[in-house]
Design a binder for this molecule. Structure first.
Ligand code: ZN
Length: 312
């Protein structure tokens, strides 16, 4: 049998046909156009799924289930909310089954990415892991005792919205000082802009031809890797915050493995080692065996794979 994985994003809907080993055998994509009525978005999700099934050269009868990773919280087939789609109480399963009548499983996008790594990626074979997605925001995906843990009410892995700096930067969630405001790609850009405003003679500003609006996380990391002192300062600050966030995860869960994923993790070993170097400062039981800190291995496909394997 095959499993459909749908990565529902604010901009794009990506669908994959996944086999029981977690391999994607075919894909299809369509724009989300999120401002439309939800019925239209769900219809396009179903049509895109039919295209992916066609691309895989299999029949709908060979599909066991539909899995959807959503940027929000879902309970019992209903999306409780998806903030960046402006959705509340959307009957996703009932609506989707009008087009393809298969069981529908849903979970948060960071949760499914963590599940993908546990089932088919870097944390395969571990008993417990915490996945941190470092993108525009910061998400968390928790696997405990080989099972997804999303809390009793669906909000148990919102690691990005634990407060890291009391009274700190204002977050989209309304609180101040959330981990997301210090450990996301947006945080790197904000810190780099602040550093460039104070000290504009640096490799970041050269890379963006003097236009700070063009700064992204990769430019900052590349300049830091090349040894630019201003960029290294930004990286140092960022790695310090991320080490604090990782330490909070260790204090709370003490899992086998903590995985860094999302766009920022493309900085690779430079980032991984930057965090590892700073961790010992914060560890509470430094003599105990510590969780392994690793980079995600499935990249952008984790969303599709993890969603698909929800139904396995
Ligand atoms: Zn927040």
């Amino acid at each position: 049998m095959y499993y459909i994985g749908i990565d529902l994003g604010g901009t794009n809907i990506a669908v994959g046909v996944v086999d029981s080993e977690g391999r994607i055998i075919a894909k299809a994509e369509t724009p989300t156009l999120a401002q439309r009525p939800y019925q239209d978005v769900i219809r396009d999700m179903a049509l895109c799924t039919k295209r992916a099934i066609e691309n895989a050269k299999i029949s709908e009868d060979e599909v066991a289930s539909i899995g959807i990773g959503i940027p929000g919280v879902a309970i019992d087939g209903v999306i409780v909310f998806c903030t960046n789609l402006g959705w509340h109480d959307i009957p996703m399963e009932a609506e989707f089954r009008k087009y393809i009548d298969k069981p529908v499983f849903m979970d948060n996008d960071a949760t499914v990415a963590g599940w993908a790594e546990h089932q088919a990626g870097v944390s395969r074979g571990t008993n417990s892991s915490v996945f941190l997605t470092l993108g525009t925001g910061v998400g968390g995906g928790i696997v405990l005792n080989g099972k997804i843990w999303a809390g009793e009410h669906g909000a148990g892995s919102e690691i990005g919205h634990t407060v890291l700096v009391a009274g700190g930067d204002l977050c989209t969630c309304g609180k101040r000082g959330c981990t997301e405001r210090y450990c996301s790609a947006s945080a790197i850009i904000r810190m780099a802009k602040e550093a460039c405003a104070k000290n504009p003679e640096n490799a970041i500003m050269t890379a963006v031809n003097g236009d700070p609006e063009k700064i992204n996380a990769k430019i900052v990391f590349d300049a830091a890797k090349a040894g630019d002192p201003v960029a290294l300062d930004v990286f140092d600050k960022y790695a310090h915050y991320l080490a604090l966030a990782v330490n909070n995860v260790i204090s709370f869960f003490d899992p086998d493995m903590i995985i860094l994923g999302g766009g920022v993790s493309r900085a690779g070993d430079f980032l991984l080692n930057g965090v590892k170097d700073r961790l010992p400062e914060y560890l509470f039981y430094p003599t105990l065996k510590q969780p392994e800190l690793r980079l995600a291995s499935l990249g952008n496909d984790a969303g599709i794979i993890g969603a698909a394997l929800l139904g396995q």
